[in-house]
Design a protein around this ligand. Structure first.
Ligand code: C2E
Ligand code: CA
Ligand code: CA
Length: 746
């Protein structure tokens, strides 16, 4: 006998018309919403894909243009070396070509040709042997470009050529002149594949197919035929008189086809029905019995975004685990701080900031025993508690954690790296109570953050005393900044061409009653870490601009002033408004202001820097790249940054003349920067020999003790009043002391 079904227990209870009507209505509304959302989504996706392609192509074209300019600039340098030495010897030519090719590896060959169009010397000789004594008349395309160079007397570039020595190349021809005499031609051959490797990255290659043609031949093709050609975007590039056509197409078309739409709507409909029923069911069956207690517990102990325990849980966890910790079974506490995180929130929005936090959580979870050992202890801080195995040390633990965090985060189509600092303390050695351990890990973290670059610190007694001095310095500095006890000194910047006083760099000074004179290299980092830099930077900017405006009015001529910006100032979104406000207030014309930013900052956050600098540049302010050559110098990046000058780092100038390699590289850097339309400032010029070399290389501006140390405002005013032209340093008996009529400065 079969039992009659109990209607009150059925999940789908169809007996009552009201719930049925409600749920069907809800389902219909949901289906409508799904199909509408689908259409909007599909349309947006098509538009977004096209915008992405246009953007990617624009970036690629810019970079390619930058590369080509840099390569042609390098070929010009080879020519100017020839012209400077007079007819170069074969050995001289090989050495120069070697230096250039090591910096510009996409050169397949650097040749010298005689005036009849026959290649005579080749470099590198082993791979280009067949080209030796090659007569260009045998290749109509090459001959045509050569004739253009010969007839116009300037650089000409060929289309893609098949080379006698095998492979393909783009050839540039540059006439060499000595006086009225023609001395042949520099023939530089660029391998298109090697060149493109520098701009068409594997990441771009995964997403886009690319073809470039010079009108007759293919310069570069990523695939046998352009993928999805119907979706391609295109642009052109002028290459030494040739027009290149660039076409870029996405590999995966984000289509939202009609059949897919029906499937989505059908699935949506089914889901909508189920949802509607479930809603109804839950509404009537679930009372408010449960819920609120659980919710309160979670909110008080766990982080909403990552699901990890918060500081409250961290303390509870330490209290639970610490009693078991011993010298034989130590327990490590690691505090992790993500640098520049607030920048992601403010520029890309909180949703992306949250995404970063989730990625960090996921990566850290791969290294810890369980989710209970990982905590989110602050807005951009995480904590890890784990036993330190006998085979493990604080160092290896920190390195493991660092390795997962140093990988790039892909956000908003960009790949960003966040600097990350860690502080470690181990129980019971560094503290047996939760409070001590937390405090000591925290002071190790503070120290690690002060070291600036990503890194970690393990707690030690010394560290605590070091931190105490720092804290004291910080509080004294805060007072000095608030009471305007800082001063500015001004170092002249001199134009090489006529030794005319172009302007000054403003440098901040601090003398404290207790600590004496503290160098900026010590107190600027403290100001940056403590947030004081905002106030300090504002004061320096305003004071320096007011001083320059005063001088300009007094002497009836614009006086240029350079102000240093520290990385955190540049990355501060309020900077643009602040600079405009100061210019308005002081009445200094924007062209008189130069903002100096460090090369390392610009390279670390290239996309952010390009964006912010462009906004600063709009009102007409000049931006200079400070400490150039200290690490990241890539001329490829230079083409993207909206700057007007580079300041060659003191280290370069110091070895000028004494180190052959440095001397040669400095000369080439100057020429290359100028080929990109940038001014070059030589910093820290101390000897007449350094000055003479910079002069010969055509460096635009110099600055250094040879001319003057940084001086107080009154003395700078006297320099301006006396004469604005500096005597030749060769005439000075004692170069470390000043200038002008033998009056020593300082
Ligand atoms: P910097 O911008 O590279 O400044 C140039 C430094 O080189 C100055 O040191 C200057 O006194 C020194 N100098 C100039 N000519 C010579 C020379 O011929 N030989 C030698 N050996 N040194 C020379 P200073 O004033 O100690 O400044 C050190 C750094 O502190 C500066 O490097 C800059 O990065 C920073 N700084 C100074 N003032 C400010 C400021 O107002 N704001 C910020 N954010 N940073 C500042
Ligand atoms: Ca500077
Ligand atoms: Ca510098």
């Amino acid at each position: 006998m079969r039992a009659a079904p109990d209607p009150s227990r059925g999940f789908l209870r169809l007996r009552h018309p009201l719930p049925l009507a409600v749920s069907l209505l809800l389902a219909l509304a949901l289906i409508g919403a799904v199909s509408f959302a689908w259409q909007v989504f599909a349309r947006n996706q098509r538009a977004q894909q096209r915008t992405d392609s246009v953007h990617a192509l624009e970036v690629l074209a810019n970079q390619l243009n930058g590369q080509l300019r840099a390569y042609l600039g390098a070929a010009r340098i080879l020519r100017s070396e020839w012209e400077r030495y007079g007819s170069a010897s074969y050995a001289q030519f090989q050495a120069d070509a070697g230096t250039i090719q090591s910096a510009f590896p996409a050169f397949r060959a650097l040749n010298w040709m005689d005036t009849n169009g026959v290649i005579r010397w080749v470099y590198p000789s082993h791979s280009n042997q067949p080209a030796e004594n090659y007569d260009l008349r045998n290749n109509p395309d090459a001959w045509a470009a050569f004739r253009r160079a010969r007839d116009s007397g300037t650089l000409a570039v060929s289309g893609v050529l098949r080379l006698t020595q095998g492979g393909r190349g783009i050839a540039a021809y540059l006439p060499i002149r000595r006086g009225a005499q023609a001395e042949g031609y520099i023939n530089a051959v660029i391998g298109p594949e090697a060149l493109m490797r520098q701009v068409y990255s594997p990441r771009l290659g995964r997403n886009y197919s690319l073809s470039i043609s010079d009108g007759r031949h293919t310069v570069f093709a990523s695939d046998a035929g352009l993928q999805n050609a119907a979706y391609a975007v295109q642009s052109t590039l002028d290459v030494g008189g040739q027009t290149w056509l660039l076409r870029l197409a996405p590999r995966n078309i984000r289509t939202a086809g009609a059949d897919a739409a029906w499937t989505v709507i059908a699935i949506g409909a089914v889901l909508a029905m189920i949802m509607a029923w479930l809603c109804y069911w839950l509404l009537i069956t679930l009372s408010e019995r449960r819920g609120s207690q659980l919710h309160t517990y979670r909110a008080a102990n766990f982080d909403r975004i990552t699901g990890l325990g918060n500081t409250f849980r961290l303390r509870a966890h330490l209290l639970e685990k610490l009693p078991a910790a011993s010298a034989a079974a130590p327990l490590a506490l690691v505090l992790i701080h993500l640098g520049r995180f607030s920048l992601i929130n403010s520029i890309y929005g909180f949703a992306r900031g949250d995404a970063v936090l989730r990625i960090v959580t996921k990566r850290l979870l791969t290294l810890v025993d369980s989710v209970e050992c990982l905590f989110r202890s602050g807005s951009n801080e995480f904590a890890v508690v784990m036993p330190l195995a006998a085979s493990d040390s604080e160092e290896t633990l920190a390195k493991r954690l660092m390795s997962v965090l140093s990988e790039a985060f892909e956000i908003h189509g960009m790949s960003l790296r966040l600097p990350c600092s860690m502080g470690l303390a181990v129980a019971p050695e560094h503290g047996a109570s939760a409070d001590d351990l937390l405090a000591n890990a925290e002071s190790a973290l503070v120290q690690a953050r002060e070291d600036k670059v990503s890194g970690h610190r393990v707690y030690s007694e010394n560290l605590r005393t070091g931190t105490a001095t720092k804290l004291r310095l910080e509080s004294r500095l805060r007072k000095a900044v608030e009471n305007e006890k800082l001063t500015l000194v001004y170092q002249p910047i001199i134009r090489v061409a006529d030794r005319y006083l172009q302007g000054f760099e403003a440098l901040v000074r601090w003398t404290d009653p207790e600590f004496g004179s503290v160098p900026p290299a010590t107190f600027i980092p403290i100001a940056e870490q403590s947030g004081l830099i905002e106030l300090l930077g504002r004061w320096v900017l305003e004071k320096a601009c007011a001083q320059a405006a005063e001088w300009s009015a007094e002497f009836g001529k614009p006086v240029q002033i350079s102000v240093n910006l520290s990385p955190s100032q540049v990355l501060d979104l309020g900077l643009v408004d602040e600079v405009r406000r100061v210019l308005d207030k002081t009445g200094l014309p924007p062209e008189c202001l130069v903002l100096e930013i460090t090369e390392s900052l610009a390279m670390q956050s290239l996309d952010v820097a390009v964006d912010l600098l462009n906004r600063l540049k709009q009102p007409g302010i000049n931006i200079a790249l400070d400490d150039f050559g200290t690490g990241y110098s890539s001329f490829n990046y230079l083409t993207r940054l909206p700057i007007y000058a580079i300041k060659l780092d003191r280290e370069f100038i110091r070895n000028l003349g004494s180190d052959q390699r440095v001397t040669k590289i400095t000369g080439m850097m100057i020429q290359l920067a100028q080929a990109l339309g940038l001014q070059v400032v030589g910093e820290g010029v101390e000897t007449a020999q350094q000055y003479a070399l910079l002069h010969d290389y055509g460096c635009d501006l110099v600055q250094g003790y040879l001319f003057s140390k940084p001086v107080p405002a009154e003395q700078a005013g006297i320099l301006l009043a006396k004469s604005r032209s500096f005597p030749h340093p060769d005439f000075q008996a004692e170069p470390r002391h000043g200038m002008g009529e033998g009056v020593p400065i300082q």
